[in-house]
Write a protein that binds this ligand. Sequence first.
Ligand SMILES: *Cc1c(COP(=O)(O)O)cnc(C)c1O
Length: 216
Amino acid sequence: MGLQEIRTRIHKAEDAAGRAPGSVTLVAVSKKQPNDRVEAILEQGHRCFGENRVQEAAGKWPDFRERFQGIDLHLIGPLQTNKARQAFELFQAIHSVDRPKLARTIARLAQEEGHCPDLFIQVNTGEEEQKAGILPAEADDFIKDCKGMDLPVKGLMCIPPVDEEASLHFALLAKIANRNGLEGLSMGMSGDFEKAIALGATHVRVGSAIFGERAY
Ligand SMILES: *Cc1c(COP(=O)(O)O)cnc(C)c1O
C-alpha cells in the first residue's frame, strides 16, 4: 500500500458514488509513526495529517512545519480542556469535540485568540461506554448549543464499534448531519474508507494503510 494507492482508491470511490473528484479530504494519520515515514509522505507532496495526542503532535510537527509549507494538521483524538490552548496553536481542525465543557472552553479560547480551528462533533454512534462522543439522541441539542456559541462546526465525526458493520454507523452519522444542516462527515479509516465515501464522508482518516503498522 502507500499514499498513491490510497489516493487512487479514494478517487475510484468518489467516482462510484457519483461525487466530484477531490470532494474527499485524505487525513493521513501519522500517530505513532516513525518520523522518516512521515517525512516520506511530506516529500510526496501530501500536507493533511491527523494526530490523536496533543503532546505527540507538539513533539514532531513544529520541526516539520519549518521545513514544509502548508501543513494542515487535524486533531482526531480526545482533547483535555487544559490542553485546548496548545491545540489551538497546533491544529487547523479538531474532530473530537465530544462534551459541553470542551465546547465552552473552545468558545472562550476562540474569543481570546480571535480564531478557531474547524470543528467536528464526535458522535458515539455505537453508544459504547468506553468511547467518547455525544450520544445520538443528544446530538441535535448539542449541535444547536455549539452553533449558539458561534463555534465553527463543520460537521460530525464517528468511530464505529470494531465488531459491527461500519456502514450502519456511517449512515446514522450522515442522517444526523443532514437534519442539522452540516456538510462535513469525518468517517472511514484504513479498513472501511470506501464504504464511508459511498455514504458521504468528506474526510477519511487513514493511517496504517498509508504508513504501515504503527509502533507501540
Ligand atoms: C488511529 C486512528 C485512525 C487511523 O486508523 P487506521 O486503521 O490506521 O487507518 C483513524 N481515526 C482515529 C480517531 C484514530 O485514532
